[in-house]
Design a protein around this ligand. Structure first.
Ligand code: B12
Length: 262
């Protein structure tokens, strides 16, 4: 099993399904969970690129590579196909982001990182600049870890958050700038000012950029992320295949226009 999982991701771990079953996120994908789910094989996919890609960027780091959902799903599916063949009789179901699994919590329980005050998973090697995805199976798998581990609670992310969204390791998503950049419809004056001031028209990296545990985060070796990097979104940039495409043209164009008003 190790070889199959190593081919898909440089960092993975096992979380017993029982450890997250009371915290499942309500979503349509929940229907795909195997009936007797026993284990969550959770994988981290580092996405940090060389600094040159961010120099003149106007979008958050996670959205510089092409949309991670198909990239991560393809890697997970390749592993799942091999697992289904090797462990016939068991189900292996792939999820990424749009998932009933509270991924940060599961990854911490699996022992692949700590949960930061900013509510993100922070790994030793790649910092918090990782995407998470998982294969849920009805196969029992031995696991290490077991406890949620926390960051140093140094308070830097709490102090730097432009919306004051972070309190005691919880995020008030209404105040989170990442959420605000994704909001449809009219924004409040305060929200408009936050977007203008940040210079970022999609997502937000402030709580990650100030984190001391991210200081020596390593760059990704995943070629699908490196080969698709595009650091700026302009009014005429096609949105297809980018991380912001799911929200539609209107929201991204509105945010670009706000930057022009500055
Ligand atoms: C909804 C969502 C958002 C919302 C709300 C985020 C939030 N923190 O609530 C918004 C749009 C704001 C958002 C923003 C971002 N997101 Co988001 N998001 C999600 C999503 C789809 C669901 C999260 C969720 O609702 N979890 C369930 C809630 C209810 O969790 P919870 O019970 O509150 O528990 C959390 C905390 O309370 C805490 N916690 C719970 N119990 C305990 C116990 C102890 C002891 C401790 C210490 C902590 C703790 O840890 C939990 C983990 O977050 C996940 C994917 C997924 N399926 O998990 C991605 C996900 C968390 N997002 C991700 C990313 C990359 C981002 C952004 C960095 C993108 C960006 N650059 O703009 C920002 C970061 C903002 C931030 N600081 O959170 C990644 C995070 C990867 C990582 N390293 O952790 C995920 C995992 C997506 C993925 N598949 O890679 N996101």
């Amino acid at each position: 099993m190790k070889n199959i999982l190593d081919e898909a991701s440089p960092l993975w771990g096992i979380c017993p399904f029982g450890a997250v079953k009371d915290n499942l996120i309500d979503c349509r994908a929940k229907q795909r969970l195997p009936v007797n789910s026993r284990s969550v094989i959770i994988m981290a996919f580092p996405y940090l690129l060389d600094e040159k890609y961010y120099e003149n960027s106007n979008i958050s780091k996670y959205s510089v590579p092409a949309d991670y959902h198909p990239i991560v799903t393809a890697r997970l599916e390749t592993a799942a196909v091999k697992l289904r063949e090797k462990y016939a009789g068991y189900e292996f179901e792939v999820f990424a982001d749009n998932s009933p699994i509270p991924e940060v919590r599961a990854a911490s329980i699996a022992g692949i990182g700590v949960i930061g005050s900013n509510s993100l998973l922070i790994t030793e090697k790649y910092g918090s600049f990782v995407f998470l995805g998982e294969i849920v199976t009805d196969m029992p798998i031995a696991h290490e870890g077991g406890e949620i581990r926390e960051c140093l609670r140094c308070g830097r992310c709490t102090a730097a958050c432009p919306g004051g969204a972070i309190t005691d390791g919880r995020i008030d998503r209404e105040k989170c700038l990442s959420h605000i950049t994704q909001k449809k419809g009219a924004l409040s004056e305060e929200e408009i000012e936050m977007i203008k001031k940040s210079g970022c028209i999609w997502g937000c990296d402030i709580c990650q950029n100030v984190c001391p545990l991210n200081k020596s985060a390593e760059t990704t070796g995943i070629s699908e992320f490196e080969n698709t990097a595009l650091g700026r979104a302009e009014s005429d940039t096609p949105i297809e295949g980018r991380a912001y495409a799911w929200r539609g043209e209107k929201v991204i164009r509105r945010n670009i226009d706000l930057q022009k008003e500055k």
